[in-house]
Write a protein that binds this ligand. Structure first.
Ligand code: ARG
Length: 378
């Protein structure tokens, strides 16, 4: 059978899924402390571990990643995996050094499909600078097979000390509260910085969160790159999230007209208008089944990984097995829920949406915001 020529086509987070990449935990290391990141244990002042993760931890994560892949395949989805690249060697570039890389469990953070285009994000942390390499075999395959596929690599920042604002990590909580509307985090505004997971896709509209991992220059780059191609780029902010990184535990669109929202992270006042004015409903998710303290020991994400769900279609959603309250809400909203165990992956940066990167979903570029007073800059 001939391969269909169109291999890369994904315009939003919910259209029927045809092909997806699921991460792998091979060679994973503990994330190193660096100017853009300070991993910490919650229950003690003991230092966060460094170097390669133990084999049995990696095996447990791989078993659940393989389990997700099998569930998706059983739903008729083509599942691809990244290359298990070396992550354990120290790196030295002209502008920074780092003892080891991190992992290739979360393709969502690095890679994004915007219609027929694949964009490799600039990234924001040293240990993730070269993570794109794990996806290059796949990207070349898509690029060779699909003549309409556009491949874009965002400018790589220096990740030199001067790119970061290190005092950010020492701000007391009261100061964070006082400064919550400034959107100044651990990266400065001088270089283009963004992680792919700070974006949500809504057809021709792209929503981008300003965060620790995406700065204003990054959003400007996305605007200037995407608006001539017919997209509209909308920055959003969640001022009560003092350590924002990656939008998919905060704001999760599930089908036209419906976005799951985080009750502890409201949108900046006024930013909800774009959604409410276009008949989108914002539905708060229930409290997760774990408190932050009960999350797996080395997990650096919050309990809100609960809402990090993956859509197979506008009516079918993969949800972590233990998150019954969210499953009940999804059921009430009319979704079929596919429960999958995934907690052993949490210590690798995320849950079901983070650990995947959809390359092909049915559907085309729709306008889900017809009542938007907005003229893209061309
Ligand atoms: N910062 C988020 C939280 O803890 C975790 C985001 C994980 N998402 C991802 N794509 N890796 O709430």
């Amino acid at each position: 059978m001939n391969q269909p020529a169109v291999r890369v086509n994904s315009w939003n987070e919910w259209d029927p899924l045809r092909e997806i990449v699921v991460g792998v935990a091979d060679n994973a290391c503990f994330e190193p402390s660096e100017p853009g990141y300070r991993p910490a244990l919650r229950d003690t002042d003991a230092p966060f571990p460094t170097g390669p993760k133990p084999a049995e931890m990696i095996d447990r994560a791989n078993a659940q990643l393989d389990g997700l892949a099998a569930v998706l395949e059983a739903q008729g989805v083509t599942v691809r995996r990244p290359d298990a690249i070396d992550l354990r060697s120290a790196l030295r570039t002209p502008t920074f050094e780092v003892d080891n890389q991190y992992c290739v469990v979360c393709p969502r953070d690095v890679m994004i499909t915007l219609g027929n285009e694949i964009v490799e994000a600039s990234m924001s942390r040293r240990a993730r600078y070269f993570e794109y390499q794990a996806y290059r075999t796949l990207v070349y395959e898509y690029w060779n097979a699909d003549p309409n596929m556009v491949w874009t690599v965002a400018p790589k920042p220096t990740m030199a000390d001067s790119m970061y604002r290190q005092d950010f990590w020492d701000w007391p909580l009261a100061e964070r509260h006082a400064r919550m509307h400034e959107s100044e985090f651990c990266v400065t505004q001088d270089e283009v910085v963004f992680d792919a997971a700070d974006m949500n896709r809504f057809g021709r509209d792209i929503v981008v969160q300003e965060s620790m991992t995406t700065n204003r220059a990054g959003i400007r780059w996305l605007k200037r790159h995407l608006e001539p191609r017919g997209f509209r780029v909308h920055p959003v902010h969640f001022p009560l999230d003092f350590f924002p990184s990656h939008i998919d535990c905060t704001f999760v669109p599930l089908r036209p007209g419906l976005i799951l929202t985080n009750p502890e992270r409201p949108l900046r006042e006024g930013e909800e208008q774009m959604f409410l004015g276009n008949d989108w409903e914002l539905v708060d998710v229930p409290q997760p089944t774990s408190t932050n303290e009960e999350m797996p020991r080395y997990c650096q994400s919050s309990k809100w990984l609960s809402m990090n769900v993956l859509s197979i279609s506008p009516t079918k959603v993969v949800c972590e097995e233990r998150e019954k309250p969210l499953q009940d809400l999804l059921d009430k909203l009319g979704f079929e829920v596919v429960p999958v165990p995934f907690r052993d992956v949490f210590e690798y940066g995320g849950s079901l949406h983070c650990a995947t990167w959809d390359v092909n979903r049915e559907g085309t570029a729709e306008d889900y915001f017809p009542d938007l007073d907005y003229t893209p800059v061309v």
